[in-house]
Ligand binder design. Structure first.
Ligand code: PDD
Length: 278
C-alpha cells in the first residue's frame, strides 16, 4: 500500500511515526474513516467537517485546508487503485522531544492517511445479520469527538467475540448508547428509533444519511433514548457506520429480534442507502 505521512506518499514499510508522537503515547489524536465505493469518496465533506469539529474540540489545529486533505485522499485512491474500501485519516497533536503531558507550544500535527481495500458492498453480514452483546459503557465522556482513544471499544468488541457474539452495544444507566464502532437503531411498527446526538455518542455520518432517507420513505423518526429492554422487544434492529453501511441486528444478548432474520424495513433501508444515498 502507498500511504501518506506528513507531506509524502510512501510505501507502508517506509511509513514511520516517532515513538514520541502524542497519538502513540497518549492517544492525543483524532481520526476519520471515509467510505470508498467505485473509487469515489462517500460523504467526504461530512467526514472532513466532523474532523474539523474533533480537532477544534481538542485544540489541535487543522493541519491544512479541507480541500487539500480531500485532494490527498483522492491521490491515495489513485495511487493504490482503490476501488472499494475505506480511507483512514489520523491527525495527532504531534511529537515532542520527550514524553510530557503538557504539549510544547511549537508542536506540529502529524497527519497519516492509509487506504484499506475491502469489498464493503458484498458484506455477507448484510444477509446474515449480527448478534450483539450488551456491555457496560466504559468509555470516556466525550464520545462526540472521534478520538483514537478506543480502548473501551476494543475491550467491548473482544468481550463480545469471546462470548460468541459479533459486536457489543454499550449500555449506560440501562440505556443503549451505541455500538462499539457504529450507531444503534431499533424499529417498532413504522417508528425508527435512535439516540439523539450528544456527547454520549459519535454523531455518525451514515446515521444522518439514514435518518434523512427514513423520513422520506414513510418511517416516523424518534431521536430519543431507548433502553436495552425496549431494544430487545423491537421488531427490527440495525447498526450503521461508514464501513458497515447498514447491517441488521438479529439478536441482542439471548433475545432473538423479530423472527431472527434481518428485518424487511432494515433491508429496505440498506437498499435505499445503496441506491440513493451514495
Ligand atoms: N467508526 N459510533 C462510533 C463509536 C464509531 O466509531 C463510528 C464509526 C460510528 C459511525 O460513524 P460513521 O457513520 O460516521 O462511520 C458510530 C469507524 C467506522 C471506525 O472507527 O472504524
Amino acid at each position: 500500500r502507498i500511504c501518506y505521512v506528513n507531506g509524502q506518499f510512501v510505501s507502508e514499510s517506509n511509513a514511520n511515526i516517532s515513538i514520541f508522537d502524542r497519538g502513540f503515547l497518549f492517544a492525543d489524536s483524532v481520526y476519520e474513516v471515509n467510505l470508498v465505493l467505485h473509487k469515489a469518496l462517500i460523504d467526504s465533506q461530512g467526514h472532513l467537517t466532523r474532523l474539523a469539529y474533533s480537532l477544534n474540540e481538542v485544540g489541535i489545529p487543522m493541519p491544512m485546508p479541507q480541500d487539500e486533505l480531500m485532494a490527498i485522499q483522492r491521490a491515495i485512491i489513485e495511487k493504490n487503485q482503490l476501488v472499494h474500501g475505506a480511507i483512514y485519516l489520523q491527525v495527532t497533536r504531534g511529537q515532542d522531544a520527550d514524553r510530557d503531558f503538557l504539549p510544547s507550544k511549537t508542536i506540529q500535527p502529524n497527519v497519516v492517511i492509509i487506504p484499506q481495500p475491502k469489498n464493503l458492498l458484498e458484506n455477507p453480514l448484510a444477509d446474515l445479520g449480527i448478534r450483539v452483546m450488551a456491555f457496560p459503557e466504559i468509555r470516556w465522556a466525550k464520545r462526540n469527538i472521534k478520538s483514537t482513544g478506543l480502548l473501551g471499544a476494543v475491550l467491548a468488541k473482544q468481550a463480545a467475540v469471546d462470548n460468541g457474539f459479533d459486536d457489543a452495544w454499550f449500555i449506560e444507566a440501562g440505556l443503549v448508547t451505541e455500538g462499539s464502532a457504529n450507531n444503534a437503531f431499533i424499529i417498532k411498527g413504522n417508528r425508527l428509533i435512535t439516540k439523539a446526538p450528544n456527547a454520549q455518542i459519535l454523531n455518525g455520518i451514515t446515521r444522518r444519511a439514514i435518518l434523512t432517507m427514513a423520513t422520506t420513505h414513510g418511517l416516523t423518526l424518534e431521536e430519543r433514548d431507548f433502553s436495552l429492554d425496549e431494544a430487545k422487544s423491537a421488531d427490527e434492529a440495525f447498526v450503521t457506520s461508514a464501513t458497515m453501511l447498514v447491517i441488521p441486528v438479529i439478536q441482542i444478548d439471548e433475545t432473538i429480534i423479530g423472527d431472527g432474520k434481518p428485518g424487511a424495513l432494515t433491508k429496505q433501508m440498506r437498499q435505499i442507502y445503496l441506491d440513493t444515498g451514495l
